[in-house]
Design a protein around this ligand. Sequence first.
Ligand SMILES: *[C@@H]1O[C@H](CO)[C@@H](O)[C@H](O)[C@H]1NC(C)=O
Length: 131
Amino acid sequence: MFKFITLFALMNAALVSSSAVIRSPAAAAVANVGPVSDSANAITALTTCTQVNLKTCLVWSATTLPVGCTNLAANGQANDVKSVVTGSGVECTLFTSTTCTGSSQLINGTINDLSVVGFSNKANSFSCQSN
Ligand SMILES: *[C@@H]1O[C@H](CO)[C@@H](O)[C@H](O)[C@H]1NC(C)=O
């Protein structure tokens, strides 16, 4: 009987702690044609460019970190991102799929040519967090 009660108590504790960590998903970033960011969103999360050396870019901004999964393909950059730069204090992960799954590449700072890390023309989504 004691063992049964102990097990039940442990199971209950596990259920309580797992429900406590549920959070609403983070919001996606908003796109603006570079070099300016959306003034309503204080945080510049990531700049994604379809040419090397940060040329022909979208600037992605948000009101808070972390930034949830953001679809690049839906904003005209499907398999076309060649250079990126993260905002100050932000690191982002690029993904091959449009839903932040598949192969990924962590970005913290500037990458003028994603072919250097084998990720040119591969990104279709990203998420970001504080670095
Ligand atoms: C990201 O880059 C910043 C600025 O160079 C650095 O201070 C920080 O430690 C880096 N973060 C990681 C996780 O590498």
